[in-house]
Ligand binder design. Structure first.
Ligand code: PMV
Length: 360
């Protein structure tokens, strides 16, 4: 697969206007993507659970312009409010994907988007948001080229979403998605996310993710800056090779349902991601005191309760608690008794593994 595969042949149909809508989930990485090459190519492969409740819904209306425009013609609304400050991000996205969607300058777009999770919860909406927008745009391309097959639709949606936000490549399908080339995974690619092709044990069915909202403020350092700091990072080479090795280990972990090993790698990946931030130049830290309090509580509770709860982190202070469905009631109690106190305004979100984006 190459980028060329996503440059369309001349369209066979014409369409003057219409609307479409997609609901896309967020995802949580188990092996983290941190560091990239030009063109949103990941420095190492990553793997994630697709979530179910944390979603973005995007409605896209499109009207053919009398004359195609030099710049892009669009408005973007978030939860009913016109968001002029979102325009540069979308314009950058359109510029990156224009080669692959030549109709972009021929239409006016009205993009209405809303998230299922509270606004400014510290949960990044870029993965679900870019996925939903990419899928809506693919709907238009399918109208222009009705012979498009489903596989191509899904692959190209992931390809486009990746160009909006790397991790968005993993927010099209579910329940487990790998993005990035890896020697053991046939069909894996730096260009798109693919459904994890190997056996996955029953214990991972409906696996739970409770997101503890530790800090809902704006991050001090964006992912874009963080990825960039992996260039010339003193530990980059080892980190990228470690990610490849960790991904290999998941093959047995998933097949056997080996939760002990799962926990070891997932927690190590989370701490390594943050260790990369703390050892880059300039260095920075996104964890907050309550992030560490929660991690220590989890470790103590795991020993005492003999459950399999573990944590992972995104590029932020919030903590994702991962655990099998069979332990839901005991972990619920643990959250209420011991962890809520460390969440901003006592807020947390209950989620679980999901199956990918749906037409809304
Ligand atoms: O998709 P981006 O560029 O916002 O990067 C996301 C990176 C992490 O969330 C920290 C890790 C990952 O693999 O999702």
């Amino acid at each position: 697969m190459t980028e060329q595969d996503f440059i369309p042949k001349p369209y066979t149909n014409e369409i003057s206007n219409g609307k479409t809508s997609w609901k896309s989930p967020s995802n949580i990485a188990l092996v983290k993507y941190w560091g990239k090459k030009d063109g949103q190519i990941p420095a190492n492969p990553s793997i994630s659970f697709t979530l179910d409740n944390c979603t973005t819904t995007t409605n896209l209306k499109f009207t053919k312009l009398v004359k195609s425009v030099e710049d892009y013609s669009f408005d973007i609304w978030l939860e009913g409010k016109l968001k002029i400050d979102f325009k540069p991000k979308i314009a950058t996205f359109f510029k990156r994907i224009e080669n692959y969607l030549p109709f972009l300058k021929e239409y006016h777009f009205t993009i209405e988007t809303s998230n299922s999770f509270p606004h400014s919860s510290g949960i990044a909406s870029s993965a679900s948001g870019m996925s939903a927008l990419a899928l809506c745009l693919m709907d238009i391309e399918r109208l222009l080229n009705p012979s498009m097959i489903d596989d191509y639709f899904i692959q190209k949606a992931s390809f486009l979403a990746r160009l909006g936000s790397g991790s968005a490549a993993r927010s099209i399908e579910g329940p487990i998605v790998q993005w990035g080339m890896h020697k053991d995974t046939e069909g894996s690619s730096d260009l798109i996310g693919i459904k994890y092709p190997f056996n996955v044990h029953e214990v991972f069915k409906n696996y739970c993710d409770t997101i503890l909202l530790v800090d809902k403020g704006q991050k001090q350092v964006s992912s874009t800056v963080g990825h960039d700091l992996m260039h010339n990072h003193p530990f980059a080479k080892q980190r990228f090779s470690q990610a490849h090795k960790n991904l290999s280990k998941f093959k047995n972990i998933f097949a056997e349902g080996n939760l002990k090993e799962f926990i070891k790698i997932v927690e190590s990946e989370a701490l390594t991601l943050h260790a990369m931030m703390m050892t880059s130049h300039p260095y920075f830290m996104l964890m907050k005191p309550n992030t560490l309090e929660i991690i220590n509580k989890i470790w103590a509770f795991r020993v005492q309760s003999k459950t399999h709860v573990c944590f992972t982190l995104d590029a932020g202070a919030n903590v994702h608690l991962l655990y099998p469905e069979s332990e839901k009631s005991i972990i619920d109690q643990f959250i209420k008794n011991e962890l809520v106190a460390y969440c901003e305004n006592g807020q947390y979100i209950c989620d679980q593994i999901g199956f990918g984006a749906k037409k809304a």
